[in-house]
Design a protein around this ligand. Structure first.
Ligand SMILES: [Zn+2]
Length: 173
């Protein structure tokens, strides 16, 4: 596993790799995705949830660099990982909301009990944490890809040797 930097133009227009960047598996049909730059914030996991919700909303207003790539080879493992993360994010979010609502309903019926703070806080934390998990499910994260701030390069942090070999032979052409 090693890091590799590829020109964005080459990814958009050039020949597409056939091997999954993370796992090296050959992929017949790729997916059309946007690889993205990331906001310049160092966030602790605690704030990650709140933050990624805000950041994602702001992404559409801000100048996050995007590189649209057609037919990117995500293998079955990558697709499954994304699906799992999305499901986990959904479960966290709805589970958190249900906990909070349930705690509020009980509080309304029985009056405020200090113990009800626990499900409430857990619920809020879960709902916020879901934003972080959801962020991890983006195609950029799945590919360990990061677009440079000027949008000219894409860095793959965890490239498989098979992917590297393909990239290398493509640049020798
Ligand atoms: Zn893969």
């Amino acid at each position: 596993m090693s890091q590799v930097r590829v020109g964005s133009a080459k990814l958009v227009e050039g020949s597409r790799p056939r091997s999954c960047v993370r796992h090296g598996n050959a992929v017949a049909d790729g997916s059309d995705v946007d690889l993205q730059s990331r906001p310049q914030h160092d966030m602790s996991p605690t704030f990650g949830g709140v933050f990624s919700i805000l950041v994602r909303t702001a992404d559409h207003l801000q100048d996050i660099e995007r590189v649209p790539v057609q037919g990117w080879p995500f293998c079955e493992l990558c697709v499954r990982r994304r699906r799992r993360l999305r499901r986990a994010a959904q479960a966290l979010f709805f589970g958190g909301v249900v906990l909070v609502v349930a705690a509020v309903v009980v509080a309304l019926q029985r009056g405020q009990e200090p113990l009800l703070m626990i499900p409430m806080l857990v619920g809020v934390a879960a709902a916020l944490g879901s934003g972080f998990v959801f962020g991890q499910s983006s195609w950029s994260h799945i590919a360990s890809a990061r677009v440079s701030d000027d949008g000219r390069w894409v860095t793959f942090a965890d490239a498989h040797p098979a992917f590297l070999a393909e990239m290398r032979s493509a640049s020798e052409d």
